[in-house]
Design a protein around this ligand. Sequence first.
Ligand SMILES: Cc1cc2nc3c(=O)[nH]c(=O)nc-3n(C[C@H](O)[C@H](O)[C@H](O)COP(=O)(O)OP(=O)(O)OC[C@H]3O[C@@H](n4cnc5c(N)ncnc54)[C@H](O)[C@@H]3O)c2cc1C
Length: 394
Amino acid sequence: MGFLHSSAIFPVFLIFLFLFSWPITSSANSHEDFLRCLSSSLSSNDSSSISRLVYTQRSSNYTSVLESTIHNSRFITPTSRRPLVIVTPLHVSHVQATIRCSKKHGLQLRTRSGGHDFEGVSYVSEWEAPFVIVDLANLRSIDVDVEKEVAWVQSGAIMGELYYAIAQKIRTLAFPGALCHGVAFGGFISSGGYGRILNRKSVGEDLFWAIRGGGGGSFGTALSWKVKLVRVPEIVTVFSTSRTLEQNATRLLHRWQYITNQFPDGMFPSITLTTTNTTVDDRNRTVVATFNTMYLGRANELVPLMQNVFPELGITTQDCNEMSFVESILVLGLLPLENLEILLNRSYRIPYLVATPSFKAKSDYIKKPIPEIGFLGMWPQLLEPVARTVSSAA
Ligand SMILES: Cc1cc2nc3c(=O)[nH]c(=O)nc-3n(C[C@H](O)[C@H](O)[C@H](O)COP(=O)(O)OP(=O)(O)OC[C@H]3O[C@@H](n4cnc5c(N)ncnc54)[C@H](O)[C@@H]3O)c2cc1C
């Protein structure tokens, strides 16, 4: 699993932000009161369809809706705290009503777009306090403006839907986002960052006021984003090549850290570390470093570049595949290349994730190169019987 972080992403506007805070108290009947409040807040047409929007613990499909975007079985245990109610808005007014009624009746609110939070904070609660999930999966329209090179994207849209929508219109514009196509826009843009603290002056007046109180579901629910698209060539090149420890993987990895800064901007280099298999008593198990790189250009430019900067890896044209940008997302995201529509499949899980239903993941930034001895210290852990994967995007 590789992470393409969002340096080339410009959330230009965040159009809807609701500020809310809750009293700590709640009553046993709070969710009944909440439901009554919700019902009366919606227009008469909507009230008739409230069963399509609202799932209580008594609803037959409560569990399937709750678990629809839970990707980590660590958070589906008998002791996991569950929401009293899940609301799946079809319209902005449903989000507003949910927030107002939650506040009024002392219920905490969790905002969920794609449910890919590493610690499940969009659908679990550490506290005893009863809570409601507002699940934005149905608010996922995408409007791509090729002329202006921008797109309006609702928070519930997954990255795959955006990549697909752009590719349907034009192959020379793109949005460089998550490799995992099921990550949703709402959490992808509002969470994360590089760790720098920005103030009003350094972030700029427009963005400062646009995001005040928002982000990470802590203070508001962002509904829609206007993002700038980037120009890409019609053909890009991807190479993928693997080396085991016996094939000098440690030395190559170490060296890799010193050469990636010589790559041009249009390159996305990444490495994934896995093991050859997970059989407990197989003494031949070894670590495999897979070097995956996408280059915004042709193979006949990439090969000399690699030979010049990193001859030790021995990249040749045989290692390279030329394709469109959207196809490169399929390859780097470990999706089947022949089926672009898979980007629209919200429930498709790559085999690696299916094999690791329970996991702990963390993103980090390494400021100093890891010495060779550091890698040597990692190998015994990777070779433990529990499957582990480390990925790095330079
Ligand atoms: C299996 C897996 C693969 C991943 N792959 C990648 C990858 O390839 N590249 C990458 O960069 N990252 C990746 N991530 C990390 C992912 O981008 C972040 O966890 C992201 O925050 C998930 O967004 P989401 O909407 O899917 O998740 P959610 O769990 O729905 O939301 C994450 C956080 O954002 C908040 N939030 C969600 N929607 C809104 C909203 N509309 N308004 C305000 N707050 C909101 C939530 O409350 C929560 O705090 C991956 C994570 C997982 C679990």
